[in-house]
Design a protein around this ligand. Structure first.
Ligand code: NAD
Length: 308
């Protein structure tokens, strides 16, 4: 498959496609959502006399998640809510992590709790997830919220999975009836994204690390959502001409000049000549994720105040 700008333009022209694919940008959508949220949080403050707190639990130091956390904290600032980083040393016991979460569950100023992954290997993910109050579980990882999603009922959705679907809907891309392929089956991204795409009436196939001949399936996709955490896993030759691609992957790789850069799971240079639309990394799904998370915080805070 020919890479580079000119090769991509020629390939797309041969296929009768636009010379460059449409870039599905999350930033402008996120800005619009945040503008609405800033007003809504101001109204919340006027009504209840306080701003809700988002508690972000970080167990052990982890460089990539530290970068992500700074982004969330900045997003909190932009909409006028309180972001509270709860740092716990990596050598802590599982019980101590759960006790900390239970304190946050009981704290009326905390409306939402997220736990940064990955956790240190001696801490059971299941135990931590189970200890979060489902009413404060704004990233939809508690079994109650996961169950509600699988049944098609309202609950908190995992924000990244929701962002991968919202970016399609808000870009005017029809999902109903389309052959949709999701690469990845994690509980936080691939699986909930597949469920949401079914909810949107897509005909959904899920691929994973044991799938044989990935390309055989991806070439069938009219819409491809990739969340594998493997840089360059999907190349142009694995895509069908005119496909729409949502690249959820965020991978840090060497930039060839002694530094590092962020790339997705899709080899952008070879894909751009084939697809009709694609989310860039960075700048695609990522910015939308945080904005949606804060909209969940507003929902959680409003529900909690209404119940008091
Ligand atoms: P994960 O490691 O929990 O799951 C990866 C999934 O990909 C697994 O289901 C696995 O079966 C599948 N997979 C791995 N290798 C594969 C292969 N060779 N072929 C087919 N399937 C394969 O990761 P995750 O938490 O689901 O995250 C996935 C990606 O999304 C990561 O790059 C992560 O950084 C990124 N992410 C992005 C955001 C965002 O806001 N954009 C948020 C969370 C995660």
């Amino acid at each position: 498959m020919s890479g580079g700008r000119d090769g991509a333009a020629l390939l797309n022209a041969d296929r009768g496609l636009a010379s460059e694919p449409r870039l599905l940008l999350g930033g402008p959508i996120a800005t619009e959502i945040r503008a609405g949220l800033a007003e809504d949080f101001a109204a919340f403050k006027a009504r209840w006399g306080k701003v809700p707190t988002l508690a972000i639990v970080l167990v052990g130091a982890d460089a990539p998640s530290a970068v992500y956390l700074q982004q969330i904290l900045r997003s909190c600032q932009k909409v006028g809510v309180d972001g509270r980083l709860v740092e716990i040393g990596g050598d802590v016991t599982p019980d101590a992590v759960c006790e900390q979460i239970e304190r946050l569950n009981a704290d009326p100023s905390v409306a939402g709790i997220i736990v940064q992954m990955p956790l240190p290997s001696h801490i059971s993910l299941r135990t931590v997830i189970d200890s979060i109050d489902p009413a404060k579980d704004i990233d939809g990882i508690h079994p109650r919220n996961a169950g509600l999603l699988s049944l098609g009922y309202d609950g908190f959705l995992p924000a990244t999975a929701q962002a991968s679907v919202e970016i399609l809907k808000r870009s005017g891309i029809e999902i109903a009836g389309k052959r949709v392929v999701v690469v990845g089956r994690s509980n936080v991204v691939g699986k909930p994204a597949a469920l949401l795409l079914i909810r949107e009436h897509g005909t959904v196939t899920v691929l994973h690390s044991r799938t044989r001949d990935l390309g055989h399936h991806t070439r069938d996709a009219e819409i491809l959502v990739v969340a594998a955490g493997k840089p360059g896993l999907i190349t142009g030759e694995m895509l069908s001409p005119g496909a729409v691609v949502v690249d959820v992957g965020i991978n840090v790789v060497p930039d060839g000049a002694g530094g590092e850069k962020l790339v997705g799971d899709v080899d952008f240079d070879s894909a751009r000549g084939v697809v009709s639309a694609i989310t860039p990394v960075p700048g695609g799904v990522g910015p939308l994720t945080n904005a949606l998370l804060l909209s969940h915080l507003l929902q959680a805070a409003t529900d909690q105040e209404a119940r008091r």
